[in-house]
Ligand binder design. Structure first.
Ligand SMILES: [Zn+2]
Length: 195
């Protein structure tokens, strides 16, 4: 649990009751599967599901680049999907599961949607708006305060991100090496230099 900045909040909010625990693990696994769909199209792997009465009512994965949409984070996509399916822009009593701590935009949308509870996996130290960089859900000026639980399958969620960036770094390195090889091949070719 290292990396959490709010150990006191953690003890209050991170308690998972035995009743919730199995559901949380199950739905976070679904969110992780969706995160892989993002990775397939070279987007940072984050996945989200919206659940009501133990039924999935919305799903989404991170797709701002392929969707040419700066707001197309996994949570926003899942909220849009759920709102459409429920024919209601309010998702009261629903739980949103997301593999990474929500950013400011997504935390704001979660409040607008009146999501009852948010469950996230790994922390997002650079831009997380639940505990890491700000604590949006604790702000007194809000008109709705979602309950939240962090750290569910955190290791697997973090590993999905790390694996993605490791793969990307390796691909970039390989591409760089390949371009160097092409270059030296051209330079070594006397016919080309004579031209
Ligand atoms: Zn976001």
């Amino acid at each position: 649990m290292t990396g959490w900045k709010k150990p006191i909040l953690l003890t209050v909010f991170c308690y998972i009751s035995p009743m919730n625990e199995n559901n949380d693990l199950y739905w976070m696994s679904r969110a992780l599967q969706l995160a892989e769909q993002a990775a397939v199209v070279d987007e940072v792997p984050v996945g989200a599901v919206v659940v009501l009465d133990n039924q999935m009512i919305g799903e989404g994965w991170n797709q701002p680049i392929s969707g040419q949409d700066p707001s197309a984070h996994a949570e926003i996509m899942a909220l849009r999907d759920a709102a459409k399916n429920m024919a209601n822009y309010r998702l009261s009593d629903a739980t949103l599961y997301v593999t990474i701590e929500p950013c400011t935009m997504c935390a704001g949308a979660i409040v607008h949607a009146r999501i009852k509870r948010v469950v996230f996996g790994a922390l997002e130290p650079k831009a997380g708006a639940v505990v890491s960089q700000s604590q949006l859900f604790e702000q007194p000026w809000l008109n709705h305060w979602p309950e939240w639980t962090g750290g569910v399958m955190a290791e697997s969620c973090r590993e999905a991100i790390s694996r993605f960036f490791r793969r990307r770094r390796a691909e970039k390195k390989a591409a760089k090496l390949a371009s160097r090889c092409d270059c030296s091949a051209t330079h070594d070719n006397p016919e080309q230099s004579d031209g």
